[in-house]
Design a protein around this ligand. Structure first.
Ligand SMILES: Cc1ncc(C[n+]2csc(CCOP(=O)(O)OP(=O)(O)O)c2C)c(N)n1
Ligand SMILES: [Mg+2]
Length: 316
């Protein structure tokens, strides 16, 4: 529980530090912040082992950090520096940390679901007991490619965990304008004979437990698993602002407030103290320490070297 909490803090502080500095206009990359959704990435990534491979979508930072990606290399990527995880030329939506078991993020909805299934197929063909895990928003279930990919994974019983971050909106469209009334995402995926479970995505322990079972099932050849993790994005779809500060009203303030009251980091902190696993002072100390570490990494990244012009056509 302490490890899960400290991982949550690392993700939260990274996002909040980057969001705080984004208005300085030095990060020249569109950025989809994942504040509020940290428990999904941390819960699932903490259930994975070495050799497993993670993919994610445009809201990419949480999974990258939760899988062990470097805060410095992420920040350097956003600042366009040579030390960035994608050498400063990918930006926020094209992260990679292959040595850490994080293959890539992509902004093309459902693309990384298909490539995660391909990785799972490769693991199976090579006789390896590794698992592929893929994060995506519920908007990915509006894409045809998603169904082709999960169908193939189901037929071949491939070792893949599909982690859906259902934050109720795709850009500014609520589920109600995208899906027939009464739709149930788990039910839809069960039509492909895939084990599907809805989880409280703001409860890191609940996500971790569900992911442990899912990873075990996938790893032992019993087929893919779909986790629908219910969560909420705090910041605007793309960019660092809060929707209500920006004058947008597609989400009600009451709905927003209700989800913020279920803050995954606060809930985890409160549980640690309640269960006697840590004191309030310890929890506060970890937060302060993590924030300082993250801020120092981001500041260092801001002063890193630019890529050299003569390398522009390398890695094409
Ligand atoms: C194939 C494809 N179609 C459309 C888009 C444009 N687009 C970018 S983000 C987004 C919404 C995604 O919503 P969701 O999958 O729920 O993720 P969230 O942003 O809520 O985390 C859309 C439609 C895209 N990136 N790829
Ligand atoms: Mg969404």
């Amino acid at each position: 529980m302490v490890d899960l909490h400290r991982a949550l803090l690392r993700v939260r502080m990274t996002e909040e530090t980057l969001a705080g500095r984004y208005p300085e206009q030095e990060m020249r990359t569109p950025t989809h912040f994942g504040t509020g959704q940290e428990a999904v990435s941390v819960g699932v990534c903490s259930a994975l082992g070495e050799g497993d491979m993670v993919y994610t979508h445009h809201r990419s930072h949480n999974a990258y950090i939760a899988r062990g990606g470097s805060v410095y290399e992420l920040a350097a990527e956003l600042y366009g520096r040579a030390d960035g995880c994608s050498l400063g030329r990918g930006g926020s939506v094209h992260l990679t940390a292959r040595d850490k078991g994080f293959m890539v993020s992509s902004a093309i909805l459902a693309e990384t679901v298909a490539t995660a299934v391909g990785t799972a197929l490769a693991f199976a063909m090579d006789g390896k007991s590794n698992v592929a895990a893929c994060f995506f928003g519920e908007g990915t279930l509006d894409e045809g490619a998603f169904y082709e990919a999960i169908n193939f994974a189901s037929i071949r019983k491939l070792p893949v965990v599909f982690a859906c971050e259902n934050n109720l909106y795709a850009t500014e469209s609520p589920l109600s304008v995208r899906q027939a009334e009464g739709s149930d995402l788990c039910e839809r995926v069960r039509a492909f004979k895939i084990t599907s479970e809805r989880v409280d995505g703001n409860d890191v322990a609940a996500v971790y437990d569900a992911a442990l079972c899912g990873v075990e099932q996938a790893r032992t050849g019993c087929g893919p698993v779909f986790l629908e993790c219910m969560t909420y994005r705090w910041r605007e779809h793309v960019g660092p602002m809060m929707d209500h500060d920006a004058g947008r009203s597609y989400r009600s303030k009451a709905e927003f407030d209700a989800w913020v009251a279920r803050d995954p980091v606060q809930r985890s902190a409160a549980r640690l103290v309640e269960q006697g696993l840590a004191t309030a002072a310890e929890v506060e100390g970890w937060a302060v320490q993590t924030r300082a570490e993250v801020e120092a990494s981001v500041e260092r990244a801001r002063h890193a070297s630019w890529p050299k012009a003569e390398t522009l056509f390398e890695n094409a």
